[in-house]
Ligand binder design. Structure first.
Ligand code: ZN
Ligand code: ZN
Length: 206
């Protein structure tokens, strides 16, 4: 799974050849932005998130309802702002089909979310998720406990299926190290189980 950064997302003026068919504007593929919340605030009653991508580029996210009214607090967990302050960049958001615009409130650059099924918070840092994304591409060929190089009769972790062990003993020994990774692997499973290269119909977060 390849996650575009903010500046790789299509804009309204240049919808991006790899994302859309030029003739009729239909989507050619799926795409999703991962960004960490660095701040959340209300301005004139509008909830705004300031976010940062994996390239440390920043932008804003605003929420709009069906009547084109900014509001968003009815969509979003009201704790997301206070929580983001508490967690200091430990909370990532995923946005499906983001289109970069420059007309957010205050002429800010960023994304408008008007379909809440395109939005989900993920309780991991963006680094943890990118690391998990790399791991999910690899297939373990030996026991994952360092110092053990057993290659036969390996059993995969029954939660993430990414790491493998020669037996329960080494799995138990490695669990302290693997536990946070395992949770991040699990959080990315929804993404890696889908085919992003071909567009039939829209994905929605559960
Ligand atoms: Zn082992
Ligand atoms: Zn695991």
């Amino acid at each position: 799974m390849h996650f575009p950064v903010i500046n790789m997302c299509p804009t309204e003026e240049n919808i991006g050849k790899s994302f859309y068919a030029m003739q009729d504007g239909t989507r050619l593929r799926h795409w999703c932005l991962l960004a960490e919340i660095i701040d959340g605030f209300k301005e004139d009653g509008i909830l705004m998130l300031e976010v940062r991508d994996a390239a440390r580029e920043k932008c804003f996210v605003a929420f709009r309802d069906k009547n084109d009214q900014y509001g968003g607090h009815q969509f979003v967990d009201p704790d997301i702002t206070s929580e983001s302050r508490k967690m200091k960049g430990r909370k990532t958001i995923a946005i499906l089909y983001p289109i970069l615009r420059y007309d957010l409130p205050g002429n800010r650059k960023g994304f408008i979310i008007d379909d809440i099924s395109n939005f989900t918070p993920i309780p991991h840092s963006i680094v943890e998720l990118y690391d998990a994304n790399d791991r999910l591409r690899e297939v373990a060929t030996e026991c994952c406990l360092s110092g053990c190089s057993q290659k036969e009769n390996l059993k995969a972790c029954s939660v993430c299926y990414v790491v493998k062990y020669c037996g329960r003993d080494h799995q138990t020994k490695h669990w302290k190290v693997h536990k946070p990774e395992c949770k991040a692997n699990e959080a990315l499973r929804w993404f890696t189980q889908r085919d992003w290269t071909h567009y039939d119909s829209k994905f929605s977060f559960p």
